[in-house]
Design a protein around this ligand. Structure first.
Ligand SMILES: [Ca+2]
Length: 243
């Protein structure tokens, strides 16, 4: 029975091999006639595992991830070195003017005063009357050689004159810058001694000149002075300009 089965398998195998001899991958039957009693062997053991393959190629970069949360504040760093001096800045705006200071010793420069008188009764018309008897002329702003007061400090001045009139009428004018600004006229009374006077406030600039002068067409120069009679001319700075 076993022999019949083996023969049948052999016949079938021959029949199949004759029709599929040309197909690849199919084991060829053993040569005919060399081993009539051939039988298939037991399958062999599986082979050993092969060596690992090489690494594959790098993949394409993935998409950029979302922005992460802000990190924690780090510790305070050490104090750095002092930097160099910077360039000088632009000039600032002018400051507010300070308050006016207290008057100092320099206030002396704002003094101007004189008081003078006639030494004789001789006066010449149409020219400044020369008062040569000096009562006070500390700053020498009055010039006895010309009879004129010269303003050195701009400001308001007070001028006055007191005249003894004897023998003739008197017409005098107080001049400022070649122009009479104040007039006084006194008519002489026979065998009497008269007085005439005048006073005024004048604002003067530096260089202005002030003097007394007999005016008019007639001989009105009855100004008189002797040991017991005087004709005086006085002026002083009331206050100076502050600007
Ligand atoms: Ca008179």
């Amino acid at each position: 029975m076993l022999l019949q089965t083996a023969l049948l398998l052999l016949v079938l195998h021959r029949h199949v091999g004759a029709t599929t001899a040309e197909e690849p991958g199919v084991p060829l039957p053993p040569p005919k006639g060399t081993c009539e009693g051939w039988m298939a062997g037991i399958p062999g053991h599986p082979g050993h595992n092969g060596t690992p393959g090489r690494d594959g190629r790098d993949g394409t970069p993935g998409e950029k991830g979302e922005k992460g949360d802000a990190g924690l504040l780090g510790p305070k760093g050490e104090t750095g070195d002092v930097g160099g001096t910077g360039a000088e800045g632009p000039r600032g705006f002018p400051g507010i003017p300070g308050r006016k200071g207290e008057p100092g010793e320099g206030a002396y420069v704002y003094r101007s005063a004189f008081s003078v008188g006639l030494e004789t009764g001789v006066t010449v018309p149409s020219v400044p009357i020369r008062f040569t008897k000096i009562f006070y002329n500390q700053q020498n702003h009055y010039d006895a050689s010309t009879g004129k007061f010269y303003c050195n400090i701009p400001g308001l001045y007070y001028f006055s004159y007191h005249i003894t009139v004897y023998m003739k009428d008197v017409k005098v004018g107080l001049f400022k810058k070649d122009k009479a600004v104040l007039f006084t006229y006194d008519q002489y009374q026979e065998k009497n001694v008269d007085q005439a006077s005048g006073s005024v406030l004048l604002h003067l600039e530096v260089g202005d000149q002030v003097w007394l002068q007999v005016y008019g067409d007639g001989d009105h120069n009855g100004l008189y002075a002797d040991n017991v009679n005087d004709c005086t001319f006085t002026g002083f700075l009331l206050y100076h300009d502050t600007n």
